[in-house]
Write a protein that binds this ligand. Structure first.
Ligand code: SF4
Length: 425
């Protein structure tokens, strides 16, 4: 019997827009083929010499000793980085010729991301797909909750591919056992309608920092009441008022956020100079360098100078624009909380601090690309582009996130002292 499935409502509306998509997902990635579908492809191409040749050149067996049935083979992208099964209209020829049955689990289910806690499955969406980002940013805040899913909207498969699973019982490690409770608190904090975006981020950082003294990877004792008290505290109205007051008074004089943002984006440019995010960001820094009176960004010695340009730019926008962008960033964070599991990191605070860096970068790029005269739709279009390009280049690039984590850790920036300057800059 299939487990119960919950989903974010906007993912129930998802349909791949194929040739209408501004940027196919079938590029640059390592597309794994599970064993069942590798065999299905192999049987199909046996009768077709042209397909047989394409299959033998492009679908390669995973030679690793630790390859599982899930990653039995992979598709070798062509020299331009595109899937060899894409036609000139950016449609999948495998899908057209043989339907969804022949597609590997990854291809059939992308951009749906399914996780499982005990016998309950939850479906979120990968923000590397621009259509998912559009749906996510358009959904009302009330709809960013998990609801029971009508299974007929899912690709027809006997087994649903599960990205991560957790089976909890009394003997489970404490870090896993209390994961859902803390995850739900993150969601409730970021959704709080009675305080502004910066306040919610501060409460998130402060809560995750406080609980990390008693609740962390490999912790062997935990007082559940103490954990609950931290949760109760963050929703206390006096506490909230004090944070609202603190954040409204807080003037960030430090260029720290810009230096971190610049350093991470520079690492990205060095790692993948041709990636669309790298090109987008290069144009931003070139433009900022000109505003600083330099002929090129290579002449700017001090990344802190970019902060001056950013601040001037940020002040140009109306409260309406701030509200729109902060609403999008909130929905980005909610998507992350449902889909990503902080227990893959040593503590909830480290996950949040890394997330603060990510959301600071997205905010920086959006404000660097929108213009005060743009209308709501134009701002949305730019926000969609920034978020999906960022998700492709950073969020879904675990080796790169690891490099960022190590760099921040080495600079001792995974510390609460750096949270507020990263939040409000
Ligand atoms: S990125 Fe999304 S909408 Fe575009 S082709 Fe891929 S699944 Fe379809």
């Amino acid at each position: 019997m299939m487990s119960e499935l919950l989903s974010l409502p906007y993912m129930q509306q998802f349909k791949c827009i194929a040739d209408k998509c501004e940027d196919t997902c079938c590029q640059h990635w390592h597309v794994r083929i599970d064993k069942v579908h590798y065999k299905r492809m192999q049987e199909w191409v046996d009768d077709n010499p042209i397909q047989k040749q394409l299959f033998s050149e492009s679908v390669l067996l995973n030679k690793s000793n630790i390859a599982s049935d899930k990653s039995y083979a992979y598709i070798q992208m062509d020299k331009n980085g595109y899937c060899p099964y894409l036609n000139p209209e950016q449609q999948c020829t495998l899908h057209i010729k043989k339907g969804i049955e022949i597609l590997s689990d990854i291809c059939a289910f992308y951009p749906r991301i399914i996780t499982e806690k005990n016998s309950l499955m939850e479906m979120g969406g990968a923000l590397s797909c621009p259509e998912v980002v559009r749906l996510c940013l358009s959904a009302d805040m009330d709809n960013h909750v998990l609801l029971s899913l009508d299974n007929s909207v899912l690709p027809d498969r006997e087994n649903i591919p599960v990205h991560r699973s957790l089976f909890m019982d009394d003997n489970s490690p404490l870090y896993e056992k209390y994961f859902s409770k803390v995850q739900q608190t993150f969601i409730d904090i970021i959704k709080s309608g009675d305080c502004d975006y910066f306040t919610r981020l501060y409460i998130l950082a402060s809560y995750s920092h406080s609980i990390s003294t008693i609740y962390f990877e490999n912790c062997v004792t935990l007082d559940p009441d103490a954990l609950e008290n931290y949760r109760v505290h963050v929703f206390d109205s006096n506490y909230k008022q004090s944070v609202i007051h603190f954040m409204s008074q807080y003037e960030n004089e430090q260029p720290l956020a810009c230096i971190i943002i610049y350093s991470v984006l520079q690492l990205k440019q060095q790692q993948a100079p041709d990636e669309k995010l790298s090109v987008m960001v290069e144009n931003v820094f070139e433009d900022y360098a000109k505003q600083l009176g330099f002929s090129s960004s290579t002449d700017v010695d001090n990344a802190a100078d970019y902060s001056v340009v950013f601040q001037k730019r940020y002040q140009m926008f109306s409260n309406q624009v701030h509200h729109q962008v902060e609403n999008y960033l909130t929905k980005y964070l909610l998507n992350c909380f449902y889909r990503e599991w902080f227990i893959t990191m040593p503590s909830a605070f480290i996950y949040i601090q890394m997330l603060l860096v990510r959301v600071a970068i997205i905010r920086f790029i959006i404000y660097s690309r929108v213009l005060p005269e743009m209308n709501t739709e134009e701002i949305k279009k730019i926000s969609v582009e920034v978020i999906y390009q960022f998700a492709r280049a950073v969020d879904h690039n675990l080796p790169f996130l690891q490099v960022v984590y190590e760099a921040l850790n080495e600079q001792q920036m995974l510390h609460f002292d750096y949270s507020t300057p990263l939040i409000k800059f």
